[in-house]
Design a protein. Structure first.
Length: 92
């Protein structure tokens, strides 16, 4: 749990406001803070990080959470197709 510097819980309204401002300053689409967990998990998938390491970093106790949070993207599909094409053509 995160807290203010005085030890009190973070005000949810202020936390949401700061998150929205961060997104705007970064020039990225509006999203819920929870969506950042999906993004982080998907980026780790795209980077090819082993599932066990992802589970540790994300604080998950089982692989079912990876299925829920990691999303197969068009970039990942293209990478799979390229690897498969190379294999079928006798490449590496």
């Amino acid at each position: 749990m995160f807290a203010q510097s005085n030890g009190r819980p973070i005000d949810q309204t202020m936390d949401r406001t700061e998150w929205k401002r961060l997104l705007a300053d970064a020039g990225v689409r509006d999203a819920r803070l929870h969506d950042a967990r999906h993004t982080a998990a998907t980026v780790l998938l795209l980077l090819g990080i082993p599932e066990r390491a992802v589970m540790d970093m994300m604080g998950w106790s089982n692989g079912a959470m990876a299925k829920r949070y990691q999303h197969v993207t068009a970039v990942l599909r293209q990478d799979i197709a390229s690897h498969l094409g190379g294999f079928l053509r006798g490449g590496n």
